[in-house]
Write a protein that binds this ligand. Structure first.
Ligand SMILES: Cc1cc2nc3c(=O)[nH]c(=O)nc-3n(C[C@H](O)[C@H](O)[C@H](O)COP(=O)(O)OP(=O)(O)OC[C@H]3O[C@@H](n4cnc5c(N)ncnc54)[C@H](O)[C@@H]3O)c2cc1C
Length: 399
């Protein structure tokens, strides 16, 4: 450990990553009075990504951090009303009210969530773009341990606590857990967002209501959803042996879904090509510890990357933040022993919840390209809708 003498410019908390997890952590911990720096590798925050699912548990966790912020986010999101399930040849398997209509579940543009969280950051939080973390060392300042963070082509930063909210390919995790690269699931994904106005000839389920259209083919799927704020989001998946990126995500995704229902090609062509995200789907085995139980921990996808099949990634990240804020609220960051206990408590609580979900998401994800997936979904949607209608009937008939 290096001994240095200055305690100037030491952040209480350095958060790596300005995704939903990192930004929520900045909100929560700033409210506890800590000085916070958020360090994000992106050079600018721009409208990329597609839509993420968030329901009542996610909003409830966000409201614990900031009730007004949770309300603002909900206004950007949309509850699906109509739903269509079809095969690539246009055969419709399900076309009805969405089983999720009237529930607390919403679709929300990833970028809208990021922007909303970013714009509402308190003045005590500094956000540093173009800061890619490459490592950290421990230093001792007047007998107190600190971390010195190293960024690519940027100055070092010192902090008392380091939170890795840097996604499934986390650099922080590569140092604390050192469990190698994330595991490629064999599925590639392409995602984008489109303004409704760029798609003049929309039909059901998007014409007048919030729609969700899912096309399930052989070893590939495509979905389009109303994602709020006059935007449609889309995503496609296909089984691929390797996860190398193609020279043109646009050309690749057009080719993969060639001759699928016309709306598929229309939404892809209406998307700004440079905003299309092409990535592999990855997860990891759950581990018994995320950080060093001293001054470093993880949250969100960095801590428990899981297949998106349960739609819980963002909710889990926000719930991590709430759990972490609760233990840090009773912790003096200057007291290494106290901080160690707090981080252990946080990690044990969240690992007990996230580890089984990581495994379940893996199982569910493996089914998403099964031969009978379209039939299974058809049955699932019909059963869910019937159950919901029955519950309504019971409620209103007073049975
Ligand atoms: C650009 C983008 C678009 C996404 N779109 C969708 C979507 O449409 N639907 C969906 O369900 N999920 C999407 N996700 C994933 C989703 O955000 C997460 O599953 C979930 O919200 C948990 O968020 P997180 O903050 O833990 O991780 P993430 O959202 O992955 O955020 C991690 C952040 O850390 C930054 N970062 C990574 N490494 C470093 C480093 N070394 N130094 C500094 N910064 C670093 C990344 O640039 C990113 O901003 C997207 C993620 C990203 C990064």
């Amino acid at each position: 450990m290096i001994e240095v003498n200055s305690t100037d410019n030491v952040l209480d908390v350095a958060i790596i990553g300005a995704g939903p997890g990192g930004l929520c952590a900045a909100h929560a911990l700033a409210r506890l009075g800590f000085s916070i720096g958020v360090f994000e590798q992106a050079r600018l925050l721009r409208p990329i990504g597609a839509a993420l699912g968030m329901g009542d548990p996610g909003y409830a966790a966000l409201a614990e951090i900031d009730a007004e912020l949770a309300q603002q986010v909900r206004l950007l999101a949309v509850n699906p009303k109509q739903q269509i399930l079809m095969r690539p040849n246009g055969e419709v398997l399900f076309a009805d009210e969405s089983p999720l209509a009237g529930t607390g579940f919403t679709w929300l543009c990833w970028y809208n969530l990021q922007t909303c969280l970013y714009k509402a950051l308190p003045a005590t939080v500094s956000l540093h773009l173009n800061h890619t973390l490459i490592g950290f060392t421990r230093t001792s300042v007047q007998g107190q341990e600190q971390l010195r963070l190293k960024f690519r082509d940027q100055e070092d930063v010192c902090a008392r606590l380091l939170i890795g909210a840097d996604g499934y390919n986390s650099v922080v995790r590569s140092i604390t857990v050192a469990d190698g690269a994330p595991l490629y699931t064999g599925t590639m994904t392409w995602r984008g967002i489109v303004k409704r106005e760029n798609l003049p000839s929309l039909t059901a389920p998007f014409l007048e209501s919030a729609g969700f259209q899912l096309v399930v083919g052989e070893k590939k799927n495509f979905w389009i959803m109303d994602a709020g704020t006059e935007l449609l989001a889309w995503g496609g998946t296909a089984l691929r042996l390797n996860h190398s990126k193609s020279s043109s995500a646009l050309e690749t995704v057009l080719q993969i879904f060639e001759q699928w229902p016309p709306l598929v090609e229309s939404v892809i062509r209406a998307t700004e090509p440079e905003t299309i995200i092409e990535t592999g789907v990855f997860d990891r085995e759950p581990v018994p510890q995320w950080g060093d139980l001293r001054r470093v921990t993880l949250l969100g996808d960095a801590a428990h990357p899981m297949r998106p099949s349960l739609g819980l990634g963002t909710t889990m990240a926000i719930q991590d933040v709430v759990a972490l804020a609760k233990v840090l609220a009773r912790t003096d960051l200057g007291d290494g022993e106290q901080l160690g206990v707090a981080l252990r408590t946080y990690e044990q609580e969240r690992i007990a919840i996230s580890a089984p979900l990581q495994r379940l998401a893996r199982q569910e994800g493996a089914n998403s390209h099964a031969e009978d997936q379209a039939e299974r979904l058809k049955e699932g949607f019909s059963a869910a809708l019937a159950a919901r209608r029955q519950a309504f009937q019971k409620h209103f008939s007073g049975e």
